[in-house]
Design a protein. Structure first.
Lengths: 408, 407
């Protein structure tokens, strides 16, 4: 009975209830929709980042992830084949990284020589996505190289021309190698475009004086490894020793932190919205209680307990929260559906691809459904309304019957 | 008279007005804080690119900034440096020469970029020499010292006092090869600089590269980095033919884009917040109009014009807005004061983030700019007036007889 009374009370002032409901529903819609948008954009950034970088799971020797000490190479042995055979693993990429000096006939520049498996890499690495198939590196031990676009210009080289790369070998002696530019890579990230040189993995290992070794094995999965189960399965394959398997957010702290910081600022907005909505709900309920004080006085005089009145105001608040929860979730789903299907096209505002946290992402921002989060935020609405009703409910329960009735 | 009436009306239901005010004050104060934190991040990332390396403005010949061509030099003596240094916005000016090569110590060799500088001039433009974690900065009369990035120093295994060998191709085609002594080690958080940048005396690099008297660029610091483009235009007429001056926005287009996208997020942020606040104000004003229906009817019956009634309600919302705005601005300034200087240190939680050619240090601090106060305040006033518009219209359209009979 309290419930139906509360429901009728809510609609005694339709306009007030509707405005409050609108504020609550729209806030829920915005929180759900924008969370899903960020969720989608982050997922896309992570996808692009792990493909060009460490993979969802990265294997390194010792502390290579943090120290980048080029002596920490290892022989992959049977590992790549074994990992590739695990369920859910789509690609296993082996790479070698070598800081080196590239020299053309006129200029010299510091570079990061990256040894890759061209055939495996071409299908997944976003840096190579725009590349014409004919410019792919044909072998893993050839002298052909792909070069960052700005580096190519700074070295005054053209496609087909030769350049010399000098790096330090395993014995500490400098070794030089003649390479040919086969194609260029243009990522839009300055630090990549002015320092990237990609060659076959075996060619890089020979230059480093560490044949048949790698610095990194990047493991790509068909779906993000949120639970860490895949990481455990990969770890189970590792021989006892120095080789470690790390999740992407440990291997690429720059990207992980960029996302964390961005998400933190979003949480701040959500928090402010929640505060403002709560104040709005308190305001509405309080108004509703104040104008009904004589009524509450009468109920008390008739023998209703103060708790009964509290329960009724709480019920009104919960109903308000529940209705807002349903309408808001419906609107939030519609917004998410729009953002997922059509997205926000930033190409009208920004000239090129967008970089954030060291990865390039698609200028069409698209949402991804995060149903669990949507449910949590939806459940927050009645909870918030319930909390907001605390003060008004108390106010109603504490009226002195005689004073309240005289007050009219 | 309308004004004092409006003011008294607001306080007829003090609790409601206070609650609405508190929503306005909270949203405005927090918005000012959020925008100021955005400004702080922006300043930090811009400073990391300009004040740790590029300078706000750079003077160089032809397309040097595009190619970093060794031979695209300028004769320092022919540049009107004294005149530029005396110009109004210029705070510091540093002639530089740049070389790329291998640095070695014992059996480690790594590629590096060498920036030949005059230590005292460079200190007026960049802060690299003040971010040392070991050793000392280059002294003005040092002729073979070097200050290098922390990661490079760790990989080379050097500490202050150790010797380095630098090998490169000099401008005359010979192999330039010379010794340096490590004086200090800097750490900026920017992986590119920490990994591969050395500051060396200008004279030493000119000799090693066989480019006596030559510089590649002159980096300038100005008072306000946001006016760099205007300052570049102002200084341009001073320069000889073929010598160009560019601002950081031209030098780092990705940074300019990052700042533009910051502005877009500012806008989205504000709109979302005021949407929620606006609905709250609308609610309050509607309520107060509804419960005074009878009163408005009487006012009209005794000859008040609908226009005056509308004005009265609008005045109430304007007063509410002004009150909320002034309290909110005070709150915002107070919050920003707490969050200025160092702000919140996040270094335990995240590492510096590199993007768009700069590095975001792991801290949140507020920088209060005038527009951070002005924009949200104007938006709040606009929102409250807008929220007052519908109740005002409703009040003005009442039919006196029906209104008095109501209730």
């Amino acid at each position: 009975m309290t419930l139906s009374l509360a429901w009728r009370n809510l609609w005694r002032n339709r306009r007030r209830t509707l405005i409050t409901l609108t504020a609550m529903s729209f806030s829920l819609m915005l929180v759900q929709g924008f969370h899903n948008l960020s969720y989608g954009v982050y997922a896309q950034m992570i996808d692009s980042g792990v493909r060009a970088g460490s993979g969802h799971i990265a294997l390194y020797r010792g502390d290579y992830a943090t120290s980048r000490d080029d002596r920490l190479t290892f022989a992959p042995g049977q590992l790549p084949g074994q990992i590739a055979a695990l369920p859910g693993v789509t690609n296993v990429l082996q790479r070698l990284y070598l800081p080196a000096l590239a020299q053309s006939s006129r200029e010299s520049r510091g570079i990061l020589l990256t040894g890759i498996d061209p055939a495996a890499e071409a299908m997944v690495n976003p840096l190579l996505a725009k590349l014409d198939l004919s410019t792919l590196l044909p072998t893993t031990d050839g002298r052909d190289a792909l070069m960052g676009s700005r580096l190519l210009r700074e070295l005054k080289l053209e496609i087909g021309q030769k350049f010399v790369v000098t790096a330090q070998g395993a014995d500490g002696e400098l070794a030089s190698e003649l390479l040919f530019v086969r194609g260029t890579v243009h990522s839009g990230i300055r630090s990549v475009d002015n320092s990237l040189v990609m060659v076959g993995r075996q060619r890089a290992a020979l230059l480093a004086g560490r044949p048949e070794t790698v610095h990194e094995i990047a493991v790509l999965l068909s779906a993000p490894d949120d639970s860490g189960d895949q990481l455990q399965r990969v770890r189970a394959l590792l021989p006892a020793g120095e080789i470690q398997a790390l999740p992407w957010d440990t291997a690429m702290p720059n990207l992980a932190n960029a996302i964390k910081l961005d998400y933190a600022s979003q949480k701040f907005i959500f928090l402010v919205i929640v505060i403002i909505v709560s104040i709005g709900v308190i305001n509405t309920l309080l108004m509703a209680v104040m104008e009904r004080l004589p009524e509450f006085g009468l109920l008390l005089a008739l023998g209703a307990s103060p708790w009964r009145l509290r329960a009724m105001v709480l019920c009104e608040a919960l109903l308000l929260g529940l209705v807002a929860m349903f309408i808001g979730s419906l609107l939030g789903s519609l917004l998410t559906w729009y953002l997922a299907a059509i997205g926000i096209d930033l190409r009208r505002f920004l000239p090129e691809s967008i970089e954030f946290g060291g990865v390039i992402f698609d200028p069409v921002l698209r949402a991804t459904w995060d149903v669990r989060y949507m449910l949590q935020m939806a459940a927050l609405m009645p909870l918030l309304a319930g909390l907001a009703s605390f003060y008004p409910a108390n106010r109603a329960a504490r009226v002195a019957p005689a004073v309240a009735m005289r007050n009219n | 008279m309308l004004l004092s009436l409006a003011f008294r009306n607001l306080w007829r239901n003090g609790r409601r007005t206070l609650l609405t005010l508190s929503a306005m004050v909270v949203s405005l104060a927090l918005l000012i804080l959020a925008l100021s934190i955005f400004s702080g991040m922006l300043r930090d990332i811009l400073a990391s690119a300009t004040e740790q390396y590029h300078g706000h403005l750079v003077i160089s010949r032809d397309d040097y900034q595009e190619t970093h061509d060794l031979y695209t030099t300028m004769t320092e003596a022919h540049l009107p440096l004294a005149k530029i240094a005396a110009s109004n916005p210029v705070q510091g000016l540093s002639p530089r020469l740049r070389g790329y090569g291998l640095v070695s110590h014992a059996d480690s060799s790594y590629p590096a970029e060498l920036l030949g500088i005059r230590p005292d001039a460079e200190s007026g433009v960049t802060s690299l020499q003040r971010q040392l974690i070991a050793g000392t900065a280059l002294a003005a009369d040092d002729d073979h010292g070097a200050v290098l990035g922390a990661s490079l120093a760790r990989r080379l295994g050097v500490k202050p006092g150790d010797e380095l060998v630098f090998v490169t191709q000099a401008a005359d085609g010979s192999i330039g090869n010379d010794l340096l002594t490590v004086r200090g080690i800097f750490k900026t958080g920017d992986s590119g600089h920490d990994n591969g940048l050395l500051l060396v005396p200008l004279g030493w690099l000119q000799q090693t590269l066989a480019l006596p008297g030559q510089v590649h660029e002159v980096a300038l610091a100005i008072t306000d980095p946001m006016t760099a483009s205007a300052s570049a235009n102002q200084l341009r007429p001073l320069l000889p033919d073929g010598i160009h001056i560019v601002d950081w926005g031209t030098l780092l287009p990705e940074m300019r884009e990052a700042i533009a996208s910051f502005d877009v997020s500012r806008l989205i942020f504000s709109v979302i917040l005021y949407f929620a606040t606006g609905l709250g104000v609308l609610n309050t004003l509607f309520m107060s109009v509804m419960e005074r229906t009878r009163e408005f009817g009487i006012l009209m019956a005794i000859g008040m014009r609908p226009r005056s009634i509308r004005l009265l309600v609008l005045l109430e919302s304007a007063l509410l807005g002004l009150l909320g705005a002034s309290l909110g601005v005070m709150g915002g300034i107070a919050l920003c004061a707490v969050m200025s200087d160092t702000g919140i240190d996040l270094s335990a939680w995240i590492t510096p983030i590199s993007y768009a050619g700069g590095t975001l240090p792991p801290r949140l601090r507020a920088v209060l700019e005038l527009r951070n106060l002005l924009d949200p305040t104007l938006m709040l006033l606009f929102t409250t007036l807008l929220a007052g518009f519908f109740p005002a219209r409703r009040a003005a359209r009442l039919q006196p007889v029906a209104a008095i009979r109501m209730d």
